[in-house]
Design a binder for this molecule. Sequence first.
Ligand SMILES: Cc1cc2nc3c(=O)[nH]c(=O)nc-3n(C[C@H](O)[C@H](O)[C@H](O)COP(=O)(O)O)c2cc1C
Length: 384
Amino acid sequence: MFNQLYSLLSNPMNPRKILNADDARNRARRRIPRIIFDFIDGSTGSELTPNRNIEAFKSINLQPRALKNVSKRKLNTTILNEKFSLPFGFAPMGMSGLSVPNADNFMAKISIEKNIPIGVSTAASSSLEDMRNKAGEHAWFQLYSASSLEETLPFVDRARVAGYKKLILTVDVPQVSKRIRDIRNGFAMPFKIGPAQFIDFACHPFWSVPMLLNGIPFPENFRINGEKKFQRDADRSAADWGFLKKLRDVWKDDLIIKGITHPEDAIKIKKIGCDAIWVSNHGGRQLDSCPSAISRLPIIREALGKDYPLLFDSGIRTGDDVIKALALGANFVMIGRPILFALGAGGQNGLNSYVSALSQEVSTVMAQLGLNSIREINRDCIAQ
Ligand SMILES: Cc1cc2nc3c(=O)[nH]c(=O)nc-3n(C[C@H](O)[C@H](O)[C@H](O)COP(=O)(O)O)c2cc1C
């Protein structure tokens, strides 16, 4: 019933499709309360890095090629021995359920329909067991370490018992960084509704009514024996190389390390025997003065050699960006904020139309570059 009410409220006569990431962001900004928009859009410090990521992509040019028969273009690819229909998936994002009720269900459904992976955050709005049931093998569990390996292991065990085959350890959040917009807006988890939030909600009824009817989401992995035990600013600063080695010993399936921007870290991770590295600067949510993630990707690729699996996120907004990241050394890319904005703007239909638009852009750009398969994308695609 809630879903029907949501559909009715959210899309009474506006089936307009989301055409690109800017469209998703602009429409989400209108539909969702400011406190939620800022939680998704915001980053740390003076918020320089998200823009730096995007500008860095803009400064890279692709080299078109002429008169190649590109009538048989395919977007399928393989990463870590899994075959996917598209070269991109959903990055893990905590509390995605704040974008729209049932966001996790929508993402799980679309990950299956489109045959792409979905990163399930430790701080997801649904439990990791629930997400594994809904998204099956498409679900990859993203782990935040606790203050010690012992405190972290229960999550690792839960992920194994739930049937996850891919574990992503995020290493760029030793301490959650200060995000000014969240502090100013009084963003807290569990959610607190004071007068400012009440007015914000009242001004965005298409978001608030379904959200209040469904119940404000909570990071369900932290509901332990009925008690809410989530601490947003949990200290993870004790995790070190020893922690990673021990985790490698206990997790036998694929282990992916997310949040790497330095080639020496990448080489160490490879030596420890991890299965893949995920180049990312967390979309600028952690360090304001870090380099754009895309500028580090070719350096890390060179350090690791051509065959080591590399994933990438931070600043991917368009089909051009997807191709640029693949050309500069990534085997697979992940999409962050645009996913939550598409959900916030139009729920399941919004996400579906953004993913379709992005796929179409990738295909069209491939045509311009004279390519028929993702395998053919390489450094020659970049205009020198
Ligand atoms: C609202 C939000 C929540 C996030 N939560 C997590 C998380 O729980 N775990 C994680 O590894 N990364 C998290 N990230 C980072 C994303 O996985 C990804 O690295 C980042 O969004 C990429 O930057 P972009 O969105 O600008 O492309 C989050 C990002 C956003 C926007």
